[in-house]
Ligand binder design. Sequence first.
Ligand code: NAD
Length: 451
Amino acid sequence: MSDRYLAFANSPTGRRLVGALGLPAPVRLERWMAGRVRPVDGALLLGGEGDLLKAVLPFANKLTDQLFAARDGQLELPRWTAEHGPKLKALVFDASHLTRFEQLIELRDFFQPTFKGLANSPRVVVLGRAPESLKDPVAASVQRSLEGFTRSLGKEIRRGGSVQLLYVGKGGDQQLEGALRFFLSPKSAYVSGQVLRLGACAEQVRDWTRPLAGKKALVTGASRGIGASIAEVLARDGAEVVLLDVPQAADALQALAARLGGRAVTLDICAEDAPQRLVEALPEGLDIVVHNAGITRDKTLAKMSDAFWNSVIDVNLKAPQVLTQALLDADKLHDNGRVVLIASISGIAGNMGQTNYAVSKAGVIGLAQAWAPALGKKGISINAVAPGFIETQMTAAIPLGIREAGRRMNSMSQGGLPQDVAEAVAWFAQPGSGAVTAQVLRVCGQSLLGA
Ligand code: NAD
């Protein structure tokens, strides 16, 4: 599960060789450490002319104590220049005022000078208005074009940086703090080139050091890999966690549950009585459900057996649907609950030898989209997180050649860590994240697959 090339590329000899031969040059990504308070460890530059910056300003000094603006006197902040300013750790550009094609050059004018002044792992967020919310076709096209800009900048930024686009809808400005705390901090280390829509949400995070305090969360497939990390991060953020896995994983599951002060439930999610047993195991109900348990049984379609096809559909797709329905029927999912489904970029891009897996993961995205309107009436959000190549036992089992290709074919030239997926899940699980529903967030280092 270790990436030896990453270590080599960051050694003095490796750096020289990688540069001389033009090989992929992955940098060590910064990740969130427990106990850290400020999301941005350095200078944050605000730019653009739209109304959304006014919503950012009241909490911007909680993100960092080094705030700058792109123009003299803007927002009453000191002006940043590449010559005199500190290295930039984060940039927020409000592009919501752009309605004419001639204005698009403002994107270049703002970002070009910053390239000389970026720190390592810089985080960029562009703010805009969802094209479908605009009546004027030109304005809608201009806002849609921000997607192309964001995704291209993500591929150019390097240094372990990331670039995202947030379309802010009605009421969404009230939830910008949670979104920016995620996208401007190392919590989103392996997320780049993503486009999300923020809407209104009645709930707000009260304590940013423990945003999930008082919440009860269930994580399936929690004995190892990504699931174990999700349980850990949700517990770090204050949630009471119930960890579920198959009976064969009982020892690891119980050990982790004990360490996190949570509870272990051993259950095969495909068992006929799984819905009933799950409901019985959760007398007090739940606020957060994370459907993470998943399997692969790879074969090309020509060689795909019934058993390979059915087992993958049953675990990855049918069980999340059946169990969520059972929790809803038994009234175990509290109002303002959060459901997060773990999909995969295979479900977006498709993958050789994975028709069964891609079907199941595309289906999971379909579940989030299909369920969102009905669940939204109770304030419940449902989203999918689609990991790319994550360093786990699942990917360690991939043959070397394919494994190396999967690892490097992304803007960060490396695989992600289970923590990267877990941080995204934890953000979706927050009270204010009801502002996001029926959406897919890729945690893939901006993988070239399906981009
Ligand atoms: P993993 O194999 O390390 O862990 C999966 C866990 O699910 C295991 O603990 C397993 O016991 C549990 N599980 C499997 N079948 C179960 C069942 N019937 N009932 C209860 N528990 C069951 O895998 P991982 O790499 O940590 O993947 C976690 C999730 O992320 C999966 O849904 C996977 O498809 C998805 N994913 C992983 C990657 C990656 O690169 N590792 C990429 C994209 C998506």
